[in-house]
Write a new protein. Structure first.
Ligand SMILES: [Zn+2]
Length: 851
């Protein structure tokens, strides 16, 4: 049967000529949008093996009739693997919600028998310039629906799996002989499940296409993201999430020649395939990559022409940020392809192109998945040669750097260096520990706290993509961030060096053991620099241990202790000295850090009994979530506190503020919000602050603070931003150039201010993607973090904005009654890889009383 959406996008006349039954089907489909049989999707000229189970026979419904839930998808993929000698299946890990991360390897039975040697040869061709054999399969990684509420991809994966297992004849046999397919049916199992649940539970028997129907309007936070509300299509380079870890492991074990990433876009659009906007391709990506992308695109165009679907390319999206699924492959000798299908969201929705049905969206994804394989088969030798040449050239570039290397670390914080090293490990980048402590440009790199990366290695281009800073660009528009320089995001010291500082190759990086040196009857001290120190503090406070924070630097028996050092006295605790020792020892081990025992309170500088050691309150935290709040920003904070520091936090929905007893909390975090809170919630939160609450607010929540006069904030703006000689056609480019998509800026710190405790250096790189420019206070001690006069470190910002930014402040705090409001103009927890500024939020949580 042919479903209605087919007509809307197709040259109607041609189809009527071709199919006499069309009219009957049309009437039928008008009454039952979306119901569709397997035959409607599949090529008419192909026979299918009846021994292979159809999707319906396993999951109980036709493809496109309901939204496939992840558990049913898993069930079907296992059924296919059981029934077909073309398919093997593996589970590579689990999501946060415990769902499997499946991978199907699909190729001819003949290839399956020697799959290990195919894989070995494939990798060998990227390592060895003498390996020129091209009589071998090309490798294609096909992944679907990384945004869970863009479901046509994963639903098309049912069809693709069936087709690959069941199709018979020369066409499929030749293709499977020449292609190894890595089929990843759901990039985002948790999001897919969440969305399928919504779409299915709101489906009507009599399909309603009205966009106002509940079916087409998901509740906050939607199914796009994973469990902690992360956009996983930004995590291919930072690799902080379990789904990405499994995927990147497969990627490097196979180095596919093509990787496809099937998405959905707005309901009123058509279909997009890459190449994206040519001027926005990252300069580290070879030109030939985009030529091959275009050559592959011709196969998609032909496939979509044949089913009458409209499409476009080169007018939107780009290949700049290497953290996206369609761009990450481009810096690894592969071709990344983005597909974007107009979304029906639910089962059938009115659009500018007529009624867009779910089956129609699935059919387009299925057909472009097939055209990808056709392109791979036809361009096989080109793709294989391109990849081996890519690595040959990369090795040649790398060998020019001889024994040059990058050293990175932090003498006060081993954990952050290890976390960055783990990213290198995920990307198969070699690194070494250091031979001995070394001082470079005034910074100390110490053993176990620093690593050395040789530049002369296979993945040198990827190293460049992670470590370079860039401030000049061909285009002034970016689909996503324009900078992600990892050592800056981690706030780690780094320098150019040589391999003479390298010790031995690190096979598997691990955190330091940590713990206590010995039991004390007097006190324990812990510096605040280590990344996981808040985890230790939180455990102690949770057990009602009294902990104090040192407001000044001091020396104890010659050892230096910085601002923010934690002091845990042994006496007058509810635990006895043995219990306290055991608790701290375990907590220190869990936090991978060292804690020191001391037997005297006498120091150089403040003594341990000084009033400059101040008691820390146990935080009782609520994060505001729900309608109006940025789910990304909220999710990042939830993820940080829950998974990294193991702190219990309440996710308080803004719709429940009016009936919640706010006195349960001493800290409320308000992530970015355009709308702010309504009148009555504002009143309630204000009263709570006045009674002693700490309100920590981010980004656009500052506009609300300003509007409601909770804080007096002065925003700066660039002057004279009128368009001169900008045509109507180019107007959006003009306004877009004033956006800050995401760049890195330098700030100067007053390290004695509690907001900066635990940060070693006087300068701190910060992420920014807003144009909220805050005037500094007239009193310098109220500007503990201030942008330098020339703050741009990496990324794009317009000249006008850069001029205004210098000297402004990203942080402000003010008292309100007995409480305090803390405001950050920008995100300090961006995408879970900005380790360098997470400490600012933790300081706001633990040390606001000391500000
Ligand atoms: Zn998407």
């Amino acid at each position: 049967m042919i479903y209605s959406g087919f007509f809307i996008f197709s040259p109607l006349k041609k189809l009527i000529m071709r199919y006499l039954l069309v009219f009957v089907c049309f009437i039928y489909s008008l009454s039952i949008y979306g119901q569709t049989n397997l035959d409607d999707y599949l090529p008419k000229t192909v026979n299918f093996n009846s021994k292979i189970p159809t999707p319906k026979s396993v999951i109980g419904h036709n493809v496109g009739e309901w939204h496939v839930t992840h558990d049913k998808l898993v069930q079907y993929m296992y059924a296919l693997a059981n029934a077909s000698d073309r398919i093997t299946i593996e589970n590579r890990g689990t999501t946060y919600e415990g769902r499997p991360l499946l991978l199907l390897t699909v190729t001819s039975a003949k290839n399956q028998n020697k799959i290990k040697s195919i894989q070995k040869n494939h990798i060998e061709a990227t390592n060895n310039s003498n390996f020129v054999e091209t009589d071998r399969p090309v490798v294609v990684y096909q992944g679907f629906s990384i945004h869970g509420n863009e479901p046509s991809g994963s639903n098309a994966a049912l069809l693709l799996g069936y087709y690959l297992a069941a199709a018979e004849g020369n066409t499929i046999d030749n293709m499977l002989d020449n292609v190894v397919i890595l089929l990843d049916p759901a990039f985002n199992p948790d999001g897919l499940q969440r969305f399928a649940n919504w779409a299915n539970t709101n489906k009507n028997q009599t399909i309603v296409t009205d966009p106002n129907d509940r079916e087409y309007n998901e509740p906050w936070p939607g199914g796009r993201t994973n469990h902690y509300w992360f956009d996983m299509n930004r995590d291919w380079l930072p690799v902080q999430l379990p789904e990405s870890k499994a995927r990147i492991k497969t990627f490097h074990e196979w180095l596919p020649n093509i990787l496809t990433d099937h998405h959905e876009m707005g309901t009123n659009s058509t279909f997009f395939f890459q190449p994206g906007i040519p001027s926005r391709t990252h300069p580290l990506t070879p030109k030939k990559n985009q030529n091959l992308t275009r050559a592959i695109g011709n196969f998609h165009a032909k496939a979509l022409d044949s089913i009458g679907s409209l499409y476009y390319s080169e007018e939107s999206y780009d290949d700049f940020y290497y953290g996206k699924g369609s761009t990450y492959p481009d810096i690894n000798g592969s071709i990344g392809i983005l597909f974007e299908q107009a979304s029906s969201r639910g089962h059938a929705q009115e659009s500018e192109n007529g009624v867009l049905t779910f089956p129609f969206t699935i059919k387009n994804q299925f057909n472009t998945a097939l055209s990808t394989l056709k392109a791979a088969e036809n361009l096989r030798v080109d793709l294989l040669n391109y990849q081996s040449t890519f690595f040959k050239n990369a090795r040649a570039e790398a060998s020019k750097s001889k024994n040059k290397a990058i050293i990175f670390g932090n003498e006060k914080d081993a954990a952050k260096a290890v976390e960055l090293a783990k990213i290198l490990e995920h990307h198969h980048i070699d690194f070494y520990d250091i031979k001995s402590n070394v001082e470079l440009n005034g910074k100390w790199y110490k053993k176990d706290h620093a690593f050395v990366i040789p530049k002369n290695q296979k993945n040198k281009r990827l190293i460049d993509a992670m470590f370079e800073t860039r401030t000049k660009f061909q285009d002034s528009l970016f689909y996503d961030v324009s900078a992600w320089t990892l050592p800056l995001a981690f706030n780690l010291d780094y320098d150019e060096t040589t391999m003479s500082n390298a010790g031995s190759l690190v096979e598997s990086v691990a955190h330091l053991k940590g713990g206590l040196d010995r039991k004390s009857e007097y006190a324990y001290l812990a510096e605040w620099h280590d990344y996981y120190t808040p985890k230790l503090l939180s455990v102690l406070l949770e057990k009602d241990v009294r902990v104090k924070v040192g407001l000044k630097q001091f020396q104890h028996k010659g050892q230096e202790f910085d601002y923010g050092t934690l002091l845990i006295p042994v006496q007058q605790q509810s635990l006895n000295s043995q219990e306290l020792y055991e608790l701290i020892n375990k907590a220190a081990k869990d936090a991978h850090m060292s804690v020191y025992s001391v037997d005297t309170g006498l120091n150089e500088g403040i003594d341990l009994g000084s009033n400059n050691f101040d008691a820390i309150d146990k935080p009782k935290i609520a994060i505001l979530v729900g309608s109006g709040i940025s789910s990304y920003d909220a999710g990042e904070i939830w993820h940080l506190l829950d998974t990294r520091y193991h702190m219990a936090v309440t996710k308080l929905d803004v719709n429940n503020i009016n009936r919640a007893d706010l006195s349960r909390y001493n800290t409320i975090i308000m992530p970015s919000s355009y709308s702010g809170l309504n009148q009555s919630n504002t009143k309630k939160v204000k009263a709570w602050v006045e009674k002693g609450g700490i309100l920590i607010s981010y980004r656009y929540a500052l506009r609300w603070l300003d509007r409601k006069k909770l804080m007096s904030l002065k925003f700066k703006k660039p002057e004279d931003l009128n368009a001169n000689n900008i045509s109507f056609e180019n107007r959006s480019k003009f306004s877009g150039a004033q956006r800050i998509g995401g760049a890195i800026f330098n700030t100067k710190l007053d390290r004695s201010h509690p907001i900066n405790f635990g940060i070693k250096n006087e300068f701190l790189p910060m992420f920014r993607n807003t144009t909220l420019f805050l005037e500094p206070s007239e009193d310098s001690y109220n500007n503990p973090i201030q942008y330098t006069s020339t703050p741009l470190l990496s990324g794009y910002i317009s000249e006008e904005n850069l001029e205004v930014l210098g000297g402004t402040v990203p942080f402000k705090t003010q008292r309100l009654g007995r409480g305090r409001i803390i405001a950050f103009t920008d995100n300090t927890n961006f995408r879970a890889f900005w380790y360098g500024t997470n400490k600012l939020l933790m300081n706001a949580i633990f040390f606001s009383k000391q500000m």
